[in-house]
Design a protein around this ligand. Structure first.
Ligand SMILES: [Zn+2]
Length: 255
């Protein structure tokens, strides 16, 4: 009798445990469905809130002006990507690069020498130019660059005879290249603050992820003067800012 009672008790206990497990699973499942649904609803209903991110990029630094760019970026809470010229990195410029890294900006490879005839003489000279600054960044700053921006962009005529090969070689080194889809045109002719602003303004709205080409060489005082307005205008238009390797897809002129 005793053992029958015990048996019945055991069966009842097992049934209760199974029932509890089923209830819990059902609850979990409905939570899971709810979360998926609400995610979907958020996505659909927030068309106007879809994430827009501007990628501010500066080529040809570091220079005597770069620290002031960094001040503005800091004050405005905006992240940017700096594509560097290796041969400009002396002791003083090293401090600027350290600051760029410490303040959360991205460092990319532009070129070691920025002389078209030297860089693009052959496929090997182009590769070595990229590798020279890559190694320099690793050695001097313990910084592993992820991005390359070829001088004059990846569709330039100098590079066309060996374009595919050089891109394969940098990919094999874990590097990606990045062009741009908006240009401030701040390194051609005699740019003004107004021309820089209007060049950016006419194109950035076409993209949820504009990649904006600007420069921070010692000649680019007008870009520096325009920078705060550029950032404020993008912010007012709903754009956030991020470093370029965070972009969903790399920005390429040609595929
Ligand atoms: Zn350049």
């Amino acid at each position: 009798m005793e053992s029958k009672k015990e048996k019945a008790f055991c069966i009842a206990a097992v049934l209760i445990i199974c029932a509890c497990m089923l209830i819990e699973r059902a609850g979990y499942r409905s939570r899971e469905i709810k979360e998926t649904e609400s995610y979907g609803v958020d996505n659909n209903s927030s068309g106007t809130e879809s994430k827009k991110t501007a990628f501010l990029t500066f080529d040809d630094g570091p220079s005597c002006l770069t620290a002031q760019y960094l001040d503005i970026l800091k004050e405005e809470g905006a992240k940017a990507t700096f594509f560097l010229i290796g041969q400009q990195i002396d002791d003083e410029m090293s401090k600027i690069i350290k600051r760029e890294i410490d303040e959360g900006h991205e460092i990319g490879i532009h070129t070691y020498c920025h002389e078209a005839n030297a860089i693009y003489a052959t496929e090997d000279s182009c590769y070595q130019d990229v590798m020279k600054i890559k190694d320099q960044l690793e050695r001097q700053f313990n910084y592993k660059a992820k991005l390359v921006r070829f001088p004059w962009g990846s569709a330039n005529g100098y590079m066309s005879p060996f374009r595919t090969n050089i891109i394969d070689r940098i990919h094999k080194n874990g590097l990606e290249y990045q062009d741009w889809n908006v240009s401030a045109e701040d390194s051609v002719g005699t740019p003004t603050v107004d021309s820089i602003l209007s060049n950016i303004r006419k194109d950035y709205k076409k993209y949820d992820e504009p990649v904006i080409l600007m420069h921070d060489s010692g000649c680019n005082r007008k870009t520096l003067e325009a920078l705060r307005s550029i950032i404020k205008e993008l912010k007012a238009d709903g754009y956030g800012f991020a470093t370029l390797s965070e972009r969903k897809n790399p920005c390429h002129f040609l595929e």
